[in-house]
Design a protein around this ligand. Sequence first.
Ligand SMILES: Nc1ncnc2c1ncn2[C@@H]1O[C@H](COP(=O)(O)OP(=O)(O)OP(=O)(O)O)[C@@H](O)[C@H]1O
Length: 534
Amino acid sequence: MKGSVGIIFGETGSHEFKFLVSNPAEVKRTDYVKVWHATDGWVLGQVLTMTHTSDLYGLETVANPGNTRVSRGNDKIVAKATVIGVRDDQGLLRTPKTPFCPGDKVFIADEELIINILGLSSGGAYLGLLDGTEIPVMVDRNKMVQKHCSILAMTGSGKSYTAAVIMEEMLEKGVPLLIIDPHGEYSTLRYANDDADIDTLGDRFDVDSYGYDNITVYTPGNLDLCEYADKVLRLNGKNLKPKDIIDYIPGDLNNTEIGLIYEAVNEIVNDRKDYTIADVMREIRSLKSNTKWGVVNKIEPLATSEFLSDRPTPLTELFVKGRASIIDMKGIHPDVQQIIVAKLLSGLFEARKQGLVPPGIIVVEEAHNFCPEKGFLKTTSSEVLRTIASEGRKFGIGLMIISQRPAKVDKNVLSQCSTQIIMRVTNPNDLKAITKSLEGMTSELEEEIKRLPPGVALIVSPDISRPVLVEIRVRRSKHGGGSEDVSPDDEPDFEVEDELEPEVKAPINMRREETPETRKGFTESLFQKVFGRR
Ligand SMILES: Nc1ncnc2c1ncn2[C@@H]1O[C@H](COP(=O)(O)OP(=O)(O)OP(=O)(O)O)[C@@H](O)[C@H]1O
């Protein structure tokens, strides 16, 4: 065992202690330390803060006024550590009942003690290395499926990179994945990581680089618009009930309009068994009502699109053991994305309940757009996500919720995620939303979250006794996210408003022209562009 790195002093408790650092080169913030306790043996702690002080003794004012020099002889480095605890005879983690003694020596903790006390397992999904150590951090795949997982962080901090690391780990074990991919970031799972530093990082994390061939990319648009998609995604458009038709129409309908849809469908089913949405539109046109044209206008994009089809993509094709299906929403209007997510996930959840598809994980990127907190957006996909969050575990459907705006994600959904992966967050509202739902959160950890470098995450998992900082491992496959450089020639001809929330900033070119009227027109024209005939 190496020599001690400090000595406990001052008021000590059994939850926290301070120590005077004797060897500053060997200890730093977040390091795991150990102290011998008379009755409990080696107890694990973690350095929370380190302060460098001087009592100004020897302050000397030289001839030049205002020019002072501090004597270095009285410098002290003091560390504050939290007590993580010790395992008792039953293997339970607990903290000593009596405080440490001033004068006790503090040592850097050895790997074995850290692994034992934190309860780090040697099998499962490999996420990375415990920060500042060479200890691999693994989490149980089954728990991730059964108890959901969230990845929350501000933009550019490594959310989609970390999400892809988890997807790789799931693919290794054949767990079915359905990935809602609003920005088309995940199709690169097919290609091997060819980053310049892959050899060095690969050695460090013990990871080989390769791509996955069990990936299918679907576009709900058409193959001309998404050139790297393998297939089109189609939802059932045959014999839709009035409620389904209403759900598919973006925006609100008034009671008269809703009544016309019910009336038209009732007329049709009196005559025939099978009908399409185009039949419903024709029937509405023939009704004797002055208000029918408003509904016709709203239903027309649906009726003329290929998005609803009498040959829908089978759910059994989308959720298959050993495969990932990526629903690439690039270029699809947000309203339409929400409708697709709502319909797809409710169908999938029903199929799972009936045992038609295996257990697996649904990944929802930009979750604040699909299950927003009350008071933000109104979306059609909120209800099904809330249902899967609360009931999914009974049926083996797990959610991976990814968002850059935790404060804007439905708390009912977030609170169901037992594995929480938090990367850098600075927005006070987002920090509050995260820290409120975390057990074992301290003000020091909150400060830590604000300063996390890209690629380092705070992980809270039912598998691990305390929140841990993890350096996320390098990817096996190629990363498809990240920001693109804008050369001076490509600079946009509008000013980016720095104070805007990220998701408001993103579609700024849309927002400039947007009014309630233009938004409606925009939705419809986009709807037509995306789902119109090829
Ligand atoms: N664990 C990691 N190892 C190596 N590089 C990483 C890691 N995590 C993130 N990065 C790098 O940081 C950059 C940003 O990561 P990423 O694209 O995942 O951010 P993000 O939080 O998803 O951002 P956005 O919200 O803009 O999509 C990436 O280009 C990637 O190269």
